[in-house]
Design a protein around this ligand. Structure first.
Ligand code: NAD
Length: 354
């Protein structure tokens, strides 16, 4: 990969490679765009197949964070970290302290916290070295786990999509298929059941499916079948790239709204979904609840203010759905226009010397 070409194409400002020989830390921090404020975005730890795969992931994820923050009306830019390593084997106190020291060298230009493969407790170690962290446990001054607030945002996206498609936001009697029953997917399934939906769900971990299906009374299915389930709403809450050229023709849903980042293989798939009359709630808007929560921590966490901001996802999406229909464009294309307009308007006022 030609890194500078890729940065230019995606609009990145900075990519930092971090290596620590004591802990074995290999981490890449990508800062995409700081027009709106300091970059914010979680830290993912995965046993990437190659350094190139890790780099591509961090570039794509950090770009998504810029859009997520801009669409949610926040004053933060987009950033992300990936650690190349196996979360089950390679975690240690010094690994997360080393990461904390590298984060600290950025003096607040970037803040991070938990993501796939990392937990809030890992960042309690990093906190010994830097204060530029978010999503810490409540006992350490943070706002705690973001799973339920992210699920609350996904529910706003589901309600807006139901309203747009059927003229009623109610989930009563609707069939919802949830892929992934982790920190977010569990709460999406729980909330959907509480609102009277019939829920079918899958997870690659059979223990998780067994536990959650008996607790919530939902129908278990396998990870592939969930994608092909005939349903009103498909909620991808596992990993990204789930809607791609191989899977798109198997979908039998009316609406896609879930928490996974980068659900679509690329923007062309958004157009394919439009042609197939599947209403897609862009992931970077539907899954902003967790980001809204951790961004609020920085000014002193206020749960009511966070709830109010997350509920605004409903109106934002409803207007994007209407505009996309009127213009015969994909919801992703319209959402990206909104984001780019905000970025350029805020950039514009920076002309004023204060
Ligand atoms: P998690 O790791 O707690 O849960 C993911 C679950 O998906 C796990 O139980 C895993 O076993 C399951 N899974 C993985 N691959 C699967 C597959 N192919 N089919 C079915 N199940 C599969 O993660 P999470 O925090 O719940 O996040 C889920 C997604 O939402 C991720 O893409 C994450 O980046 C995104 N997201 C999370 C938050 C948050 O606040 N946690 C915020 C925004 C976006």
């Amino acid at each position: 990969m030609d890194i500078f070409d890729e940065m230019e194409r995606r609009g990145h400002e900075q990519v930092i490679f971090n290596y620590d020989r004591t802990s074995g830390l290999k981490a890449i921090i990508a800062i995409h765009d700081t027009t709106l404020g300091p970059a914010l975005g979680g830290c993912r730890m995965l046993p990437y197949a190659s350094e190139e795969a890790a780099l591509l992931d961090v570039l794509r994820l950090s770009e998504g964070m810029t859009y997520k923050s801009a669409a949610a009306g926040l004053d933060f830019g987009g950033g992300k970290t990936v650690i190349i390593g196996d979360p089950a084997r390679d975690k240690s106190e010094v690994l997360f302290r080393a990461l904390g020291r590298f984060i600290d060298t950025l003096h607040g230009r970037y803040r991070t916290g938990e993501d796939v493969g990392t937990s809030e407790d890992d960042f309690v170690q990093s906190l010994r070295e830097t204060r530029y962290l978010v999503g810490l446990p409540q006992a350490y001054g943070g706002s705690g786990d973001t799973g339920d607030n992210t699920a609350l945002g996904v529910m706003q996206a589901i309600h807006a999509a139901l309203m747009h498609r059927f003229g009623s936001a109610s989930l009563k009697g609707r069939r919802v298929a949830v892929q992934g029953l982790g920190k977010v997917g569990y709460h999406v399934a729980r909330r959907a059941v509480e609102e009277g939906a019939e829920v079918v769900a899958a997870d690659i971990n059979p223990h998780v499916v067994g536990r959650v299906s008996s607790e919530l009374g939902i129908e278990p299915t396998d990870p592939w079948a969930v994608l092909e389930t005939a349903c009103d709403v498909f909620a991808p809450c596992a990993l990204g790239n789930v809607i791609n050229r191989d899977t798109v023709d198997h979908l039998q849903c009316q609406i896609i709204a879930g928490s996974a980042n980068n659900q679509l293989e690329d923007d062309q798939i958004a157009e394919t979904l439009r042609e197939k009359n599947i209403l897609y709630a862009p992931d970077f808007i539907a899954n902003a609840g967790g980001l809204i929560q951790v961004a609020d921590e920085i000014q002193g966490y206020h749960p009511d203010r966070v709830k109010h901001q997350i509920e605004a996802i409903y109106d934002v999406l409803l207007s994007i759905f209407r505009e996309a229909d009127d213009a015969k464009r994909s919801t992703t294309a319209v959402a990206l226009d909104h984001v780019k307009n905000r970025l350029s308007a805020v950039h514009g006022i920076h002309r004023i010397y204060s």
